[in-house]
Design a protein around this ligand. Structure first.
Ligand SMILES: *Cc1c(COP(=O)(O)O)cnc(C)c1O
Length: 352
């Protein structure tokens, strides 16, 4: 604690990202990164860049990138907002829509950045308990609130809500913004972007970090009514007019133009996930159904923390959340078939 800190900074409880160890090579299955490289079109576009152009500011509106995203989702470019990672887009959305006297509804088990933003922006958080098997019941999201946010598929459970449930949430809160954080939607769900024409209060947020193998690029985006996008632009232009750098804009457009690469990578991850879920089941794990690029699984015997540490010592990193509700579980990012083979071999040995 420092006396120089403002009262708000003293109260912060910052987000702790998954480990990014710089010391040794791990089989890294802890932060939901994609095991495959981005489209070769990205490298080609970056190599063609003239570094002299970096003396200029980037296009503050990311016009070409927003046009490409609009085309992909059959929206008007005025319905697309881009930012420096979806975490930043989320932060802007919290300021634009959720700073209200009423509490923000979100699932008690979900992305742990949401309560962090609530503290930062002075928003009352109202985490709503999940039902059996970590299911979300949309009936719990009725009543007075300042807004609703949830990941779909949920993190860290991987469980998917169907689009009719998302639509119910939008209908239940017509005066409030409902944000669906679709960081993992490309691994097995239908995007709520399809509901945008009917629901002006819906904001869909996606990222290039997971399904497009570009976590290092830091690029996320929001899709919504022009009204909501204008709100985001008001916040952005009161904070940083140039959040997305020129290289990121170029690389992202190249990624979007190679649909075949994108489809191939995600199909491979989905296939690996299904094989891995079965194999974990045979080892006695309880595995939740997942529509994401990770599995949420409870090892036999229940000592997930110890298993996490033993695997780390063997060079395999998983994610373990040491909270009362999640302590018995492990979140396992889907890597290559080879990565998963090595994980399964180690587990078979340790659990023998
Ligand atoms: C990974 C993740 C994000 C953050 O994505 P970035 O675009 O890398 O900032 C947002 N929401 C959820 C649920 C995530 O898992």
């Amino acid at each position: 604690m420092s006396d120089f800190w403002t009262p708000r900074v003293r109260c912060l409880d910052p987000y702790v990202p998954g480990e990014q160890p710089q010391d040794q090579q791990y089989i890294k299955l802890n932060t939901n990164e994609n095991p495959y490289p981005p489209s070769p079109a990205v490298a080609k576009a970056l190599k063609a860049c003239d570094s002299a152009r970096l003396r200029l500011y980037p296009d503050p509106e990311s016009t070409a990138l927003r046009a490409e995203l609009a085309r992909r989702f059959r929206l008007d470019p005025a319905q697309v907002f881009v930012g420096n990672g979806s975490d930043e887009v989320l932060a802007q959305a919290f300021q634009a829509f959720f700073q209200r006297p009423e509490p923000l509804f979100f699932p008690a088990i979900s992305y742990s950045f949401y309560p962090v933003y609530c503290r930062l922006y002075g928003i009352e958080a109202r985490p709503l308990p999940l039902r059996g098997d970590f299911e979300i019941d949309t009936d719990d999201y009725r009543g007075e609130c300042g807004g609703v946010i949830l990941p779909n598929p949920n993190a860290p459970t991987g469980r998917l809500l169907p689009l009719d449930a998302i639509e119910r949430l939008c209908r239940q809160q017509p005066q409030r913004v409902v944000i669906v954080d679709e960081a993992y939607i490309d691994f097995g769900g239908d995007s709520a972007a399809a509901l945008l024409p009917r629901h002006p209060n819906l904001l869909v947020i996606q990222t290039f970090s997971k399904s497009r193998s570009l976590a290092g690029l830091r690029l996320g985006y929001a899709l919504g009514s022009t009204e909501l996008i204008e709100g985001l632009n008001r916040v952005k232009n009161s904070f940083n007019s140039y959040p997305v750098d020129s290289l990121a804009q170029i690389a992202a457009v190249a990624s979007l133009q190679d649909e075949a690469w994108f489809d191939d990578c995600r199909q491979r991850i989905i296939a690996t996930r299904e094989r891995c879920a079965e194999a974990l089941g045979r080892l006695g794990f309880r595995v939740l159904p997942s529509a994401a690029n990770f599995l949420f699984a409870r090892p036999p015997g229940g000592n997930a923390g110890e298993l996490y540490r033993t695997l780390k010592a063997r060079g395999i990193l998983l994610r373990h959340f040491a909270t009362p509700e999640l302590d018995a579980w492990l979140r396992i990012t889907i890597g290559t078939d080879d990565d998963m083979e090595r994980l399964l071999d180690s587990l078979a040995e340790l659990l023998d």
